[in-house]
Design a protein around this ligand. Structure first.
Ligand SMILES: Cc1cc2nc3c(=O)[nH]c(=O)nc-3n(C[C@H](O)[C@H](O)[C@H](O)COP(=O)(O)O)c2cc1C
Length: 294
């Protein structure tokens, strides 16, 4: 195992799939490629969820996660599903959009690893108090549920890193390639969670309108949605231009960097090998500056 996130989740690479899909097939492709596949847990009824977990296990013997945005999962169902996590011995549960105190101890006592997705240092403190195994920090740029606050990746990761050096930290969002991966690792993250990039893979099999919007997006094509959890979505005027209708699709600002639909394996290679190349190029450039200082 190569770092704390790999060790915690039992994966080869510290690359987590965001909760972009309920399909075990995509999660299995990502776990089989060395990352941590994830099945979105909010929507499917409990028994369907059990089938999805079992289907995943037919496709992969690797670790995986189930994600629950707490305030978006009906309470009775959430209760049933949390018990299901223990019954089915789900290795990792990722909670988001809600209070980490509610379920962390229950899940950990039952043998699950628990990571919580959060958008600010204030929320990180609450997650650490709740005893989470890892923090997934989601900045303003990301395609996820960031709530009212708009903290950028450049500030969020170092702030949480300094406050809680003892807790494994994963950066969620704004990463699609090697340079992005190298950048968040330089800021102090020990892993990354990708949503939009994995949505634009062959295995994600996303609807045509989603693919079109991600591929056409530029830096200004997304905005924060209204409402309680405020995911990032495509702007209505941009959707109109691309699709001929004002349909809004959840996607990150990083869509601007995504220009193709490719297999999961290729995304993973680009992150790991491209990340190493980008980090080395930065180290070389900084090394020259440091040498010139004398
Ligand atoms: C279509 C879509 C659906 C998502 N659904 C969830 C969800 O159910 N629960 C959750 O915690 N995050 C959800 N997210 C956020 C992702 O898990 C991930 O943190 C985020 O997409 C990372 O940002 P990126 O898109 O810039 O990579 C979703 C993101 C997208 C794009």
């Amino acid at each position: 195992m190569t770092n704390r996130v790999c060790e915690l989740f039992g994966v080869r690479y510290p690359v987590v799939m965001g909760a972009i899909s309920q399909t075990p097939e995509l999660a299995a492709a990502i776990s089989n490629a060395g990352g941590l596949g994830c099945i979105a847990g909010a929507a499917a009824p409990t028994e369907q969820m059990r089938e999805k977990i079992r289907r995943f296990r037919e496709l992969s013997d690797k670790p995986f996660a189930i994600n629950f945005p707490i305030v978006l999962t009906p309470e009775k169902q959430l209760n049933e599903k949390m018990h299901l996590m223990l019954e089915e011995k789900v290795p990792v549960v990722i909670t988001s959009a809600g209070n980490p105190k509610l379920w962390t101890a229950f899940l950990k006592d039952g043998g699950c690893k628990v990571a919580h997705v959060l958008p600010t240092l204030y929320h990180a403190k609450k997650a650490v108090e709740a005893g989470v195994d890892a923090i997934i920090a989601e900045p303003a740029e990301s395609g996820g549920y960031r709530g009212e606050q708009e903290v950028s990746m450049m500030v969020l990761i170092p702030t949480i890193r300094r406050a809680f050096p003892q807790v494994p930290l994963i950066a969620a969002g704004a990463v699609a390639d090697g340079p992005g991966f190298a950048a968040v690792m330089a800021l102090g993250a020990e892993g990354v969670q990708l949503g939009t990039r994995f949505l634009a893979t062959v295995e994600a099999n996303a609807p045509e309108h989603t693919r079109k919007l991600i591929l056409a997006a530029i830096d200004t094509s997304t905005m924060s949605a209204e409402g309680r959890v405020k995911p990032r979505v495509s702007k209505p005027d941009f959707s109109m231009e691309v699709l001929g209708e004002k349909r809004q699709v959840q996607m990150g600002q990083v869509s601007a960097l995504i220009t193709d639909i490719k297999p999961v394996e290729a995304v993973m290679r680009e992150l790991i090998e491209g990340g190493f190349a980008a980090a080395r190029a930065s180290a070389d450039a900084l090394g020259e500056l440091a040498a010139a200082r004398v």
